[in-house]
Design a protein around this ligand. Structure first.
Ligand code: URA
Length: 212
């Protein structure tokens, strides 16, 4: 597994305001979107492209364009939705699929409650969006789900991660031949006994959309 932690003062600055409990939902949503666009720049470093012939007003030249099939972005509902606009800004021609996953707050077990994805993901580059890599349970399950549909090129974009979650993911993927890349805003200190990232930012879904 290839873990990339963004190291940029603008990302650290925006994360600080995102974490602050005084930040209201509209500001939180805007910051999450801006952060994802910055992380997407790194996450798409290996996006598939092909040569493309054009004429400038001065001369013919060869550029590049995104290859087909186009990448697919998969936000994990509900909090991953808050990252979608930021990602689509950088990859406007990507398709978007949805995966609804929920964590039982007592057992921390994850279950899938919704999916809107193509049946066959063979040959597709897949970008999973989930703001919090906490226990890693959601991401492990999402990766299983996507590989069962044929995905072999998966990048997860997360705003915050706990070391325990990264370790769990690494252990689960140790015997896999599928190269998974994880792009993170930062790695926090730890998980608490409720499975929250410390210092973290609280419940990302609630901060984005309110308590439902
Ligand atoms: N999910 C969240 O929204 N926050 C955490 O800290 C952990 C999981």
């Amino acid at each position: 597994m290839d873990v990339h932690v963004a190291d940029h003062p603008l990302i650290a600055h925006k994360l600080t305001y995102l974490r602050d409990e005084r930040t209201d939902s509209p500001t939180f949503r805007r910051l999450a979107e801006e952060l994802v666009t910055l992380l997407a720049y790194e996450a798409t470093r290996d996006v598939r492209v092909e040569p493309f012939e054009i004429n400038t007003p001065v001369a013919p030249t060869t550029g590049i364009k995104l290859s087909n099939p186009k990448p697919i972005i998969v936000p994990i509902l509900r909090a991953g939705l808050g990252m979608l606009d930021g990602m689509v800004k950088l990859l406007p021609s990507a398709e978007v699929g949805f995966l609804g996953m929920i964590r039982n707050e007592e057992t921390l077990e994850v279950s899938t409650y919704a999916n809107r994805l193509p049946d066959d993901l063979t040959g597709r580059q897949v970008f999973i969006l989930d703001p919090m890599l906490a226990t890693g349970g959601t991401l492990v399950m999402a990766i299983d789900y996507l590989t069962a549909k044929g995905a072999r090129d998966i990048t997860a974009v997360c705003l915050l991660a706990a070391p325990e979650g990264i370790q769990h993911l690494e252990e689960e993927l140790a015997d896999s031949d599928i190269p998974v890349k994880v792009v993170l805003g930062t790695i926090d200190e730890k998980l608490n006994d409720k499975g929250y990232i410390v210092p973290g930012l609280g419940d990302a879904g609630d901060r984005l959309y309110g308590v439902v």
